[in-house]
Design a protein around this ligand. Structure first.
Ligand SMILES: *[C@@H]1O[C@H](CO)[C@@H](O)[C@H](O)[C@H]1NC(C)=O
Ligand SMILES: *[C@@H]1O[C@H](CO)[C@@H](O)[C@H](O)[C@H]1NC(C)=O
Ligand SMILES: *[C@@H]1O[C@H](CO)[C@@H](O)[C@H](O)[C@H]1NC(C)=O
Length: 147
């Protein structure tokens, strides 16, 4: 009985640890991408995350701003300057759904997450609702609003 319980706990821990590591699943690609970008303060890791999870054709629509891949990389590098604390809290993740017939996307994944960035005694905090579009195992677009 006890052994079974320990096994179950171990299994739960292992499944939780590996929950974000299957990069063939669109949901995991999004979770891993978000975590690489916002889950730590390291700019090198963030740029590697963009290479791994985002397409060179990536376009991001945030509120009224449109960023292509290169301006997105620059934006993320700028965020990391002087960054001392970075916290990502995923509140909800939805999908993947199949994209509609005529779409150039293969899957869509929705996310509601909260970001907290700390610079010295300043803290920036934002709630983000994002809809990611994926093709060939990469994130190709993101439509998002922040509040
Ligand atoms: C940032 O990440 C890179 C790549 O993983 C690593 O080589 C480097 O040591 C990290 N820098 C810090 C300050 O942790
Ligand atoms: C897809 O495109 C075709 C050809 O342009 C069009 O006839 C069809 O109505 C479109 N289907 C949808 C679901 O938009
Ligand atoms: C925040 O840090 C800045 C720069 O280090 C300093 O000038 C300012 O007094 C600090 N503000 C507070 C409220 O601690």
């Amino acid at each position: 009985m006890r052994t079974e319980l320990i096994k179950a706990l171990l299994f739960a821990t292992v499944s939780f640890a590996s929950a974000y590591t299957d990069n063939s699943n669109p949901k995991d690609i999004v979770l891993n991408g978000l975590t690489a970008l916002l889950g730590n303060t390291n700019a090198t890791k963030a740029v590697q995350g963009i290479e791994t999870y985002f397409s060179p054709d990536y376009v991001q629509y945030t509120n009224t701003d449109i960023l292509d891949h290169d301006s997105f990389v620059q934006h993320i590098k700028d965020l990391k300057v002087g960054l001392e604390r970075s916290n990502l809290h995923i509140k909800t993740i939805i999908g993947p759904t199949e994209a509609s017939t005529n779409s150039s996307l293969e899957h869509q994944v929705g996310s509601h997450h909260h970001i907290t960035l700390g610079y010295g005694n300043k803290t920036m905090s934002s709630d983000v609702i994002s809809l990611f579009g994926l093709r060939d195992g990469k994130i190709v677009e993101c439509h998002e609003v922040t509040q």
